[in-house]
Design a protein around this ligand. Structure first.
Ligand code: HEM
Length: 440
């Protein structure tokens, strides 16, 4: 039996390349013919699986008696392919879980956009992670909740909202918050289970922890954002709105979480493709793809400033603004730099420029990629990116021309995340190329 265990260690080391580090440490092993028995083979399989799942902590080395080696090696090949497949399946499950979480985050961003566009975001004036899960049920509870809301600027500005209208906006915000909690559970429960079973590979453990942290941070940031709207102009003389800085931070951190989850999910699910040849132009393409991906992100962030300042309700024409290429009040605020963040005209102007530049950059990326030896999946990703950026720019222009109707604006927001998805996918397809090894 001892000999059989040694065989197992050897097989495990052959089947999982990652275990080869352990092999070097060297414990002498010999194989006897006894390990050909059925019980022994069962033991071999079980132990091999254990080794593979524990993702290598082996410290066994080998000295194999040659007579039995050939016989066992055939079985080793069989075992390694089945257990290898089992391991792939478990990694794919992690990929499915992460991509599922990505889908939920996508839904939360769209729901958040609709909540803002229907002006529902300030209807819940308290934040209790646990107690807040239960909405008012009886008429008394609704009246009590409504009385609380009446203390805040949005109600004062509304000129007497009815209880029915309040219920409608309350449910909208409630759905957004509950969706956030759903993401928390859908992420955390499998994360703990996979972690405890040793399914999460060492290299991804910090990433999973970072995702959990970002998720919690996202909830806290959401409340900090809402709080800025509740504290805004206590007299209710101006349209109450949340701080556009906080809105941009909330959206930006959601996008960041989305990117990390999507990238990690794709890393678990997509089989790697190697490039037959890596001409210099392919390395350049990868660098350029990263720059375009960054530009999509920055354009989306600038969109959050447009949304936060209601800047889409000005200059509802395209491409001119007030009949001019450069509007007259572009730098109306002082000091000058504040215009880029606080002046709705400048913020919209910047977003237009960034949006159109993003569109042209994706077109250039696509044109470069066309001439290079990309594999089918990468080509699909870049084509999807080009198609989506055209849709996104058209949606942005339509949102502006039609004075920001909710369905169009919400679709424009979903479009930005879809475009980002294709950009991440394309970058992911090129990830194997190392920029620091650029050929001459
Ligand atoms: C690749 C290009 C673009 C991207 C990625 C993008 C992304 C975004 C994002 C993320 C928002 C915030 C939505 C929200 O928080 O509700 C937004 C808002 C907006 N965008 Fe774009 N955008 C692009 C191009 C354009 C273009 C070319 C225009 C018009 C010329 C435009 C007009 C608007 C307007 C008017 C809003 C405000 C909508 C609102 O108040 O909800 N966008 N954009």
């Amino acid at each position: 039996m001892l000999a059989a265990r040694n065989v197992v260690s050897w097989l495990a080391a052959r089947a999982a390349p990652a275990m080869q580090a352990g092999l070097r440490r060297g414990v002498a092993v010999s194989i006897s013919a006894r390990c050909q028995s059925t019980a022994c083979r069962r033991h071999v399989v079980a132990t091999l699986r254990r080794h593979l799942h524990s993702n290598t902590r082996s410290s066994v080395g080998t000295r194999v008696q040659s007579g039995v080696l050939a016989n066992t090696a055939v079985r080793a090949a069989e075992f390694s392919s089945t257990t290898g497949a089992a391991m792939d399946a478990s990694q794919r499950t992690i990929g499915v879980w992460l991509l599922g979480t990505t889908g939920l985050i996508f839904g939360a961003v769209v729901l958040g956009g609709v909540t803002r566009l229907t002006e529902s975001g300030l209807s819940m004036v308290k934040w209790h992670p646990i107690k807040g899960m239960r909405p008012p049920v009886s008429e008394e509870e609704w009246i009590e909740e409504f009385e609380c809301y009446k203390q805040y600027p949005e109600y004062k500005y509304s000129n007497g909202m009815s209880l029915e209208d309040f219920k409608r906006i309350f449910y909208m915000e409630y759905a957004h918050r509950m969706w956030g909690r759903l993401i928390g559970v859908a992420f955390a429960v499998p994360a703990i289970a996979f972690w405890l079973r040793g399914r999460i590979r060492q290299q991804y453990k910090p990433v999973v922890l970072a995702m959990g942290g970002l998720l919690g941070f996202q909830g806290v940031l959401g409340w900090i954002m809402v709080k800025s709207g509740l504290d805004y102009d206590p007299e209710g003389k101006h349209v109450p709105r949340v701080s556009h800085y906080r809105l941009a931070a909330h959206l930006g951190s959601a996008f960041l979480l989305y990117i990390v989850t999507l990238w990690t999910g794709l890393s678990h699910i997509l089989p790697e493709r190697t490039f037959k040849e890596t001409p210099r132009a392919l390395f350049k393409l990868k660098r350029y793809a990263h720059m375009v991906g960054g530009l999509v992100f920055i354009t989306a962030l600038s969109g959050a400033f447009v949304a936060g300042l209601d800047a889409g309700l000005l200059y509802n024409e395209f491409p001119l603004m007030g009949g001019r290429w450069v509007p007259s009040d572009l730098l109306a605020l002082s000091p000058t730099w504040t215009n880029f963040f606080d002046n709705p005209t400048t913020v919209q102007f910047d977003h237009r420029i960034l949006g159109v530049t993003t569109g042209l950059s994706v077109l250039a990326l696509w044109a470069k990629a066309r001439k290079l030896p990309l594999h089918g999946r990468a080509r699909l990703a870049i084509n999807a990116m080009l198609g989506m950026v055209s849709v996104q720019v058209s949606l942005g222009i339509a949102t502006l021309l039609y004075f920001v109707p909710t369905p169009l604006a919400a679709t424009h927001q979903a479009g930005s995340l879809t475009l980002l998805t294709f950009a991440v996918w394309f970058m992911h397809e090129l990830r194997r190329l190392k920029l620091n090894k650029m050929p001459k």
